[in-house]
Design a protein around this ligand. Sequence first.
Ligand code: TYD
Length: 227
Amino acid sequence: MACYFEWEMGRPLFITFEGLDGSGKSTHLRRARRWFVEAGMPVIETQEPGGTPLGKAIREVFLDPAWTSLDGTVETLMVFASRRQHLLEVIEPAIESGSYVLCDRFTDSTYAYQGYGRGVSQALLRRADELATGGRTPDRTLLFDLPAEVARRRGHSPSRQLRDGGIDRLDSEDLAFYERVRRGYLALAERSPERFFLIDSSGSLDDTEGNVRRALADLIPSLETVR
Ligand code: TYD
């Protein structure tokens, strides 16, 4: 088995998993992490909003249905505050040490949800992005794509369950919102084809896993891609 440090520099260490709520990205991220570990490659798994103690506190407020009418720009500032701390405290140090970083959502989520979903202007998002991250983009992004209607039917990850059993703030958005978010994601992927891998996640978990394996096969030499 090839050793990770024998590989040339410029490895795509920063890999993000993006898609609608219910697209299965978090499940596949956890599986992908296992493949890296099994191949003896250094890897961390992290998440936005979240990833640090501050990020987790912001996430709680961000998803709290008590704040029904949060303005899109306020949402933008919240997720970028979480993101800057996440980059400084977790992501950049891990990359610096040569570890792969598998991140559940990053700035593409903000362009899709706050930009296309809420209507925050691209210009404002770019300014906030520049301020918070210096325009940092992932090396590779796996976009889990499926019709918004199907994603809504599938429901949400247990991490989104509120203590009182209710639904969170983003969960209560209507189908039209999620259709805009999906269109946004597809537009982002079209704009940066060198970074995006479009993963059809409308089928079974196994079908989608086959697509994820193909998207990571060049990084994990031992990964079986024929299923
Ligand atoms: P997430 O924890 O990924 O939810 P799930 O695991 O169910 O997919 O994301 C929480 C919510 O936050 C999700 O609805 C998307 C939203 N979000 C934004 O609106 N903007 C952002 O920049 C990020 C990172 C997330």
